[in-house]
Design a protein around this ligand. Structure first.
Ligand SMILES: NC(=O)c1ccc[n+]([C@@H]2O[C@H](COP(=O)([O-])OP(=O)(O)OC[C@H]3O[C@@H](n4cnc5c(N)ncnc54)[C@H](OP(=O)(O)O)[C@@H]3O)[C@@H](O)[C@H]2O)c1
Length: 246
């Protein structure tokens, strides 16, 4: 019989895990039995709420302040997570930023900021966690995006940064084998209930073969899949988009 808690005895660090998709992934891995560390930058209140909800699932939970664009802050957060949880089996590089800007209006500052959080941070956090993940024959799961595959004209910096995160996934899968398996989840249109985005999501649902947008739980299920998958699955980008990219 398959265990309902395949991650019992394992530990997971989820960056940007206080709310939205990061929170959903943290809860999914906790439900699967893993002890959890989440990082937050501005969302301290949401991080506390998420900690309460994770703890209610009967696993250990810790929340750590961290700016994933800062090498020193990343090293401290990883060190603290390992100290609190006693080791690291799974890293989910979830923290990122999204921004809509016309191509000719993107500033150097905007370009660099998006690359720092979306492409450089998964590298920085993974590198800081390497030693610990190697010890446990662990896993890295990067959050990519449909925007890393399709060219969205008002998101040149975001799309390019997520394409970089996809390639980083493939490079790390090869470079860090055989100890560490590295994969990415690339969400499509995920409706997290923002009121202002309702008309946009209605339009997107019509264009999507599955005739709806995705949910946070569906993305978290893909993260859980990689977290519990055989180690032989590595270097893969799993697009979760209801067929929108087809
Ligand atoms: N939502 C979607 O439809 C969608 C679609 C495609 C891909 N994705 C990807 O899936 C992941 C999660 O999506 P989401 O919409 O839930 O993300 P989000 O709300 O835009 O961001 C997640 C978290 O990232 C953290 N973060 C941003 N910059 C940071 C920094 N410099 N240092 C530390 N933390 C930082 C924020 O933490 P604080 O709030 O604590 O500051 C934020 O809560 C992201 O990688 C995103 O690109 C999402």
């Amino acid at each position: 019989m398959l265990s309902t808690q395949p991650l019992r005895g394992k530990t997971a660090l989820i960056t940007g895990g206080a709310k939205r998709l990061g929170r959903a992934s943290a809860l999914a891995l906790a439900e699967a039995g893993a002890d959890i560390a989440i990082t937050f930058r501005n969302s301290a209140r949401e991080a506390r709420e998420t900690l309460v909800d994770i703890s209610a699932l009967g696993v250990r939970a810790v929340a750590l302040g961290c700016d994933v664009t800062e090498e020193k802050s990343v090293k401290e957060a990883v060190r603290e997570a390992v100290k609190e949880l006693g080791g690291l089996d799974i890293l989910v590089n979830n923290a990122a930023n999204y921004e809509t800007v016309e191509f000719e209006e993107i500033t150097v500052k905007q370009w660099d900021a998006i690359f720092a959080s979306n492409a450089r941070s998964p590298f920085l956090v993974s590198r800081a966690a390497l030693k610990h993940l190697r010890q446990r024959k662990g896993k890295i799961i990067n959050m990519g995006s449909l925007g890393g595959i399709l060219p969205w004209t008002t998101h040149a910096h975001y799309c390019s940064s997520k394409a970089a995160a996809h390639m980083l996934t493939r490079v790390m899968a090869k470079a860090l084998a055989p100890e560490i398996a590295v994969n990415a989840v690339a969400p499509g249109m995920i409706d997290l209930g923002e009121k202002a985005a309702k008309p946009f999501f209605r339009r997107m649902a019509k264009q999507t073969p599955m005739k709806r947008n995705g949910t946070g739980e569906e993305i978290a299920a893909a993260v859980r899949f990689f977290a519990t998958a055989p180690h032989f699955i590595t270097g893969q980008i799993l697009v979760v988009d209801g067929g929108l990219s087809l």
